[in-house]
Design a protein around this ligand. Structure first.
Ligand code: PHE
Length: 448
């Protein structure tokens, strides 16, 4: 269980609850959901198996793992690229995680009648409050990674996941009874495939990699700590299901909640009349980075002060914890690299990267537009590029048959399984071709 819990802890985070619902709302609902699910199962799951197998076979960090399996000089660079992506993702991730932490106190202040404090704490905007909470969040992450307390992560993940699911189910039950929710549910669940275009597929693929923690070596690193008694394929399947399941629930909560909020006068989408160059009828979110932070507090408000307090504080505590188990995995990647390859102590390595990342996060705190820029470069593009290279490495360098032989440890019947039939062609052809097509066509579209 330990590996599945830690890896699920890495996967489940802001990607599921903050980013995914915004993407769905922005990209027209169910069509995005369908493409996202397709990307998770067809590309994400096979890549996850590859990452874990590479990690477990070598017991090394992403750079060391590629070095250990082949003398090819290109692939350690893929590991380094992953580390860079991890550092940059963590820099903006911690800003958003800091918002969530601020909302824990903000919701408490609001329901206990300290309106002045609540107004300061519940702000999703640039400034000192954002910077302070981002730095706090990074300090906590750095402390945990530097002391190497892995059992803590598993215990957190174990209690967190059921609580998070339980709480979201209750909130969904509450929200669907309210006026306006039907519109949100319809948008989320009724596919309109005329909405599918290249940019939607590009976002869905990037979101799948981000949400599953793939493409930058997080699961190579976690895989390197995995025991040979465990079944790699089954573990990857559990992590994928948990992650996709929680993202799906987050959509089921936030899409209706958005329309409920809209009914009570909160503007969610820009319209043509705002003069922001928005085409009539186009769905452009007013504040993509803040969707969960505007829509859910509104929902807690409508629950009344007693229940609102419990749900408001509880939800943001859980979201912050989910974010923490993700930031830990993001920082663990550069840290394990510095320990193995640069001979640093764990404390020094974690502290060094922690400081660099905090510094970048402070800049982002005052310039929030960097969140979108970094997310596009290092996540939506960076992670699928990493994933593409991992597939190529698996199929043409290390070879899937060697990986399958390695995965026999913990999964004795693997050679004759259905998985052993489908996975090699997925690694060799389907996944790389899909990723490459999406990236190239998106690039072409940019220049048209
Ligand atoms: N998967 C995490 C989330 O959804 C983010 C993450 C990305 C973590 C990449 C590790 C590596 O919140």
């Amino acid at each position: 269980m330990a590996f599945v819990l830690a890896a699920a802890g890495s996967a489940v985070g802001l990607g599921n609850i903050w980013k995914f619902p915004s993407e769905v709302a922005q990209q027209g609902g169910a069509a995005f959901l369908m493409m996202y699910l397709g990307c998770c199962f067809l590309v994400g799951f096979p890549v996850m198996v590859a990452e874990i197998a590479i990690g477990r076979a070598t017991g090394k960090n992403p750079v060391g793992a590629f070095k250990a399996l082949s003398p090819n000089p290109i692939f350690p660079l893929v590991g380094l690229w992953g580390i860079l992506c991890g550092v940059m993702i963590l820099s903006f991730y911690t800003v958003v995680a800091g918002w969530s932490l601020g909302f824990v106190f903000g919701e408490a202040a609001h329901f206990l009648g300290f309106q002045g404090a609540a107004e300061v704490l519940m702000v999703v905007g640039p400034g000192t409050k954002t910077a302070v909470f981002a730095a706090l969040f990074m300090a906590a992450t750095t402390f945990i990674v530097s002391s190497g307390v892995s059992e803590g992560i598993e215990r957190v993940a174990k209690t967190l996941m059921p609580l998070l699911i339980g709480m979201m189910l209750l909130m969904i039950a509450f929200v669907v009874t309210r006026e306006g929710s039907g519109e949100g549910l319809a948008m989320y669940l009724k596919p309109d495939f005329s909405k599918v275009d290249m940019s939607l597929v590009f976002q869905a693929l990037g979101q799948a990699f981000f949400s599953l923690s793939l493409g930058m070596g997080a699961l190579i690193t976690y895989g390197s700590y995995m025991s040979r008694k465990q079944n790699v394929v089954e573990s990857a399947a559990w992590v994928t299901l948990a992650d996709v399941g929680i993202a799906f629930l987050a959509g089921l909560l936030i899409m209706p909640a958005m329309f409920v909020a809209q009914k009570s006068g909160i503007q969610i989408y820009k319209d043509a009349s705002t003069g922001d160059g928005v085409a009539a009828g186009a769905k452009v979110l007013i504040d993509e980075d803040g969707l969960v932070f505007t829509v859910l507090p509104q929902l807690f408000e409508s629950m009344g002060s007693g229940i609102g307090l419990v749900f408001g504080v509880g939800f943001f505590v859980l979201l912050s914890m989910a974010a923490l188990t993700s930031t830990i995995s993001l920082l663990e990647v550069p840290t394990s690299y510095a320990i193995d390859e640069l001979g640093m102590s764990r404390k020094k390595a974690a502290l060094m990267f922690g400081c660099v990342i905090t510094a970048i996060a402070l800049v982002i705190s005052y310039r929030l537009s960097l969140i979108g820029t970094f997310a596009t470069i290092f996540s939506t593009i960076g992670l699928p590029v990493g994933g593409l290279m991992i597939c190529l490495f698996m199929a043409y360098v290390w070879k899937t048959r060697h990986a399958l032989a390695e995965m026999e440890a913990g999964y004795p019947g693997i050679q004759s399984s259905l998985f052993a039939k489908f996975w090699p062609p997925l690694m060799a052809v389907v996944c790389p071709l899909l990723i490459l097509t999406v990236l190239v066509l998106t690039l072409i579209q940019q220049f048209q």
